[in-house]
Design a binder for this molecule. Structure first.
Ligand code: NIG
Ligand code: FE
Length: 418
C-alpha cells in the first residue's frame, strides 16, 4: 500500500511548470498555485491542488498530515549542478593575497592555487574528506539545495582521484541529499607528474576512467580548458576516450579566455560552466546547441571578476543554469541562493529565470528529468519559506532562508528544530 502524506496549506506553490528549457522567461510565465496542498505518495508528488480539495479526497484513506501553521510558500528543491566541496585545507591566504593585489601567477608561485589544495587533499584521509563534504552539504541544505553535484579534481593521480570519488560516494550514503559525482582528474597537470599533458591525460584515460565505470563511481567527466590548465588540442583525445567509455561530458569553459565552450558544443557536453569570458561567438554557439550554459556567480564574487553574460545567453536562446562552484579557491562562499540573487541583480534576470536556473534547468545539466519542478510524478523535493509571496525569496538576496526542506517527501531540515 502506498504511503500517503498531505502537506499544506501553502499560500503559494511555484511548480516551475510550463517554462521551456531554453531562452528568456518573463515573471508572468510563472504558474502560481494558491491555497495549495501537496499530496506525496512514496516519495513522489501524487497531486498538487487546493489544500481543501486534497483533504477531502484523502479523508477516508490512511494518510499522514503535515499541517502548516502560518504562511508558507513552496519552491522546488534547488539543484546545485557544480561544486568542488570535497577538499582538504583552506585557501584563506590566497583570498587575502588576491585582494592585496597579487596576480594568479604570483599566488601560485608563493605556494597557493589549485596545487595547494591538491597537496592538502592528498594529506587528508578518506574519512576526513567525507566529514568535510557533509559539513559543506549541510550548509547547502540550509539554502534549500536537495541535489548537489560534487567533483573530484584535487587528487590528480589515479589513487587520489579514486579516494576523492569514494569519499563523495560515502558522503552521499550518509547524508540525505542526492549527490552526483564528477571526475575532474583533468583539472590541471599535476606538478609532480613527470611528463607532458598528453601523457598524463592518456594515463588517466587508461588507468582511471575504466575503473570508475566498472566500480560505478561516476558517469561524468569534467575538464578545465584554460591557459595554464589544458588546451582544446590537449583535451580532445581524452574527451573522445571518455565519450567512448560512455561518460557524460561537462567542461570548465571560457573562465578567463574563450575556447572551452566550443569544445563542449563539439563534444555534445551536458553543460559548459563558467563562461565569464564568452564572447558573442561562444554565446551563439551555445545557444544553438543543447549544452546547458552554467553561470557560476560565486567564482566571480570570490575572484572579483566579470559575471557570466547570463542575460545575453538567455536572449540568444540558450539554456541557463546557475550553480555555486563551491570550492576553496575561487568560490569559498557556497551560498547558491545569495549568489543567484546577486547574478539576477547584476545581469537583469527575471525572478523566473533565476529560479529556472537553480531548479529544472540545473537538473537538465545533470540529466535528472525527475526533479526541479513540482508536478505529479516528480520527486517530492521542495523547500518552504515563511512568507505569503515567493518574490521575497530572491528580493532578500540570500538572507531569507527556507524554514523547512523536504527530500523524497521527508522533512530533512527544520530551521526551528535543526
Ligand atoms: O571552478 N576553474 C577551475 N576550477 C575551480 C577553481 C578551483 C580552485 O581554485 O581550487 C573553479 O573555479
Ligand atoms: Fe568549478
Amino acid at each position: 500500500m502506498e504511503q500517503l502524506t498531505l502537506i499544506g496549506p501553502f499560500s503559494q506553490v511555484i511548480p516551475m511548470t510550463g517554462i521551456p528549457i531554453k531562452g528568456p522567461v518573463s515573471d508572468d510565465q510563472l504558474e502560481i498555485i494558491e491555497n495549495a496542498g501537496i499530496l506525496v505518495a512514496d516519495g513522489y508528488i501524487k497531486t498538487i491542488d487546493t489544500y481543501k480539495k486534497l483533504l477531502s479526497e484523502v479523508k477516508d484513506l490512511h494518510f499522514k498530515l503535515i499541517h502548516l501553521e502560518g504562511n508558507h510558500i513552496c519552491l522546488p528543491g534547488f539543484v546545485d549542478a557544480h561544486t568542488h566541496i570535497c577538499f582538504g585545507g583552506t585557501r584563506a591566504r590566497d583570498y587575502a593575497m588576491r585582494n592585496a593585489g597579487k596576480t594568479y601567477l604570483e599566488i601560485a608561485e608563493e605556494g597557493g592555487g589549485i596545487w595547494d589544495t591538491v597537496q592538502q587533499t592528498r594529506k587528508a584521509t578518506k574519512k576526513e574528506l567525507v566529514k568535510g563534504i557533509i559539513k559543506r552539504a549541510k550548509q547547502h541544505l540550509k539554502n534549500g539545495v536537495t541535489t548537489i553535484e560534487v567533483k573530484s579534481g584535487y587528487g590528480l593521480s589515479v589513487k587520489e582521484e579514486i579516494k576523492m570519488l569514494e569519499a563523495i560516494k560515502e558522503a552521499g550514503e550518509q547524508f540525505p541529499l542526492d549527490f552526483v559525482s564528477t571526475c575532474l582528474a583533468a583539472h590541471m597537470l599535476p606538478r609532480d607528474f613527470n611528463g607532458a599533458p598528453e601523457s598524463y591525460l592518456s594515463e588517466i584515460s587508461e588507468q582511471l576512467l575504466p575503473f570508475l565505470k566498472k566500480e560505478k563511481l561516476t558517469n561524468r567527466v569534467d575538464a578545465f580548458i584554460e591557459k595554464g590548465a589544458f588546451s582544446p588540442s590537449d583535451i580532445e583525445p581524452y574527451l573522445s576516450k571518455a565519450k567512448a567509455l560512455g561518460f557524460d561530458i561537462t567542461i570548465h569553459a571560457d573562465q578567463f579566455s574563450a575556447g572551452g565552450s566550443e569544445v563542449a558544443v563539439n563534444f555534445k557536453a551536458v553543460s559548459a560552466d563558467h563562461l565569464e569570458a564568452s564572447t558573442f561567438r561562444e554565446i551563439e554557439l551555445l545557444a544553438k546547441s543543447d549544452v546547458i550554459a552554467t553561470a557560476l556567480p560565486g567564482a566571480s564574487l570570490g575572484l572579483g571578476c566579470n559575471f557570466t553574460p547570463a542575460r545575453k545567453i538567455l536572449d540568444a536562446g540558450g539554456a541557463l543554469a546557475i550553480a555555486s562552484d563551491h570550492n576553496p579557491g575561487s568560490a569559498p562562499m557556497g551560498d547558491l541562493l545569495t549568489q543567484s540573487a546577486i547574478l539576477g541583480t547584476m545581469q537583469k534576470l527575471t525572478n523566473a529565470e533565476v529560479l529556472a536556473g537553480i531548479t529544472f534547468r540545473a537538473a537538465a545539466a545533470l540529466k535528472l528529468p525527475d526533479r526541479g519542478k513540482l508536478k505529479a510524478g516528480y520527486l517530492a523535493d521542495f523547500s518552504l519559506f515563511h512568507t505569503t509571496d515567493f518574490n521575497e525569496v530572491l528580493y532578500n538576496q540570500g538572507a531569507f532562508k527556507p524554514c523547512m526542506v523536504f527530500k523524497n517527501g521527508k522533512l530533512i531540515y527544520d530551521k526551528h528544530n535543526p
